[in-house]
Design a protein around this ligand. Structure first.
Ligand code: HEC
Length: 164
C-alpha cells in the first residue's frame, strides 16, 4: 500500500513538472493569439466602418484621425423619427465588460438607427472577439458620448438629419 501511494505521488510530481515545463509555451501561444486578434480587430474597425461613426471626424477627414482617438465616440447626433442617437464611446463601453459580456451583447442587441447592429450580429464570433480584443488593447480614452434624446427633444447643433 505504502509503495503504491508513493508511486502515485511520484507520478503526480512528474505530471506537475511536465505541466510546468509546458506552461511558458502555452503562455507564448496565448500572447500570440491575443496579438493576432488585436490586429484582426484593428483591421475590422477600419473596413467594417466602425470608425466612420464612432470616431469624431473620421469620415470627413478621409480616415486621417490618430489611432489613439479611434472609437472614442462622437458628439454629433443622428436625428430622425426615432429621436437623436450618438455613437457611443466604445473604448469606455468595454471598460468593465468581460469578453463573455461583450459577446452576449453584440450577438443579441438591436439598437436605434443608424447603428448597423445587424452587421455586427452577422459577424463570425472570432471577428466579434477580435473587436473586443482591439478595444481592450486600445484602452479607455475620451469621455462618454451625449445621451440619447427622445423625438420631442431638439438636439444641439451640429447633428445629422434623417429624412422623416
Ligand atoms: C452609421 C453610424 C454607425 C456605424 C457605421 C457604427 N455604429 Fe455603432 N453606434 C452608432 C450609434 C448612433 C449608436 C447608438 C445607438 C443608440 O443609441 O441606440 C451606436 C451604438 C453602438 C454600440 C452600443 C450598443 C448598445 O446599445 O449597447 C456598439 C457596441 C456599437 N455601436 C458597435 C459598433 C461596431 C463594432 C461598429 C462597426 C462594425 C459600429 N458600431 C458601426 C452608430 C454607428
Amino acid at each position: 500500500m505504502k509503495t503504491s501511494l508513493h508511486g502515485l505521488h511520484r507520478k503526480l510530481l512528474i505530471g506537475a513538472a511536465a505541466l510546468a515545463a509546458l506552461a511558458p509555451a502555452w503562455a507564448d501561444k496565448k500572447a500570440e493569439t491575443d496579438k493576432a486578434l488585436v490586429e484582426r480587430g484593428r483591421y475590422l474597425v477600419q473596413i467594417a466602418g466602425c470608425n466612420d461613426c464612432h470616431t469624431a471626424g473620421y469620415a470627413e477627414r478621409g480616415g486621417k484621425v490618430p489611432e489613439k482617438d479611434w472609437l472614442t465616440g462622437d458628439a454629433v447626433g443622428w436625428r430622425g423619427p426615432f429621436g437623436t442617437t450618438y455613437p457611443v464611446n466604445l473604448r469606455l463601453y468595454v471598460e468593465k465588460m468581460t469578453e463573455a459580456d461583450w459577446l452576449k451583447r453584440v450577438q443579441t442587441f438591436e439598437t436605434r438607427p443608424p447603428m448597423p447592429w445587424f452587421n455586427v450580429r452577422a459577424m463570425a464570433e472570432r471577428d466579434q472577439r477580435a473587436l473586443y480584443h482591439y478595444l481592450k488593447a486600445a484602452g479607455p480614452a475620451g469621455k462618454p458620448a451625449p445621451a440619447f434624446l427622445p423625438p420631442d427633444k431638439a438636439p444641439p447643433q451640429p447633428y445629422f438629419q434623417f429624412p422623416s
